[in-house]
Design a protein around this ligand. Structure first.
Ligand SMILES: [Zn+2]
Length: 56
C-alpha cells in the first residue's frame, strides 16, 4: 500500500505550497482534498522537515 499523498492545494501557507511544488510530484489524486493532477507530497516528508523547526 502506497503512502498517503497531500497536495499543495491542501495548504494555505505559501511556504508549504512552494515546498510541495519544489519537492513533490504530479499525482493522479490527492488523498486529502481529492483534487486531481496536482503536485503532491507525502506528509511524512513535511514532518521530517518541520520536526526540526521551532514552530510548535
Ligand atoms: Zn489536496
Amino acid at each position: 500500500m502506497r503512502a498517503y499523498l497531500c497536495c499543495m492545494n491542501c495548504f494555505n501557507d505559501i511556504y508549504l505550497k512552494k515546498f510541495i511544488q519544489d519537492n513533490g510530484e504530479l499525482a493522479d489524486k490527492c488523498d486529502f482534498c481529492s483534487s486531481e493532477q496536482s503536485i503532491c507530497l507525502e506528509p511524512s516528508s513535511l514532518l521530517e522537515k518541520f520536526c526540526n523547526s521551532p514552530l510548535k
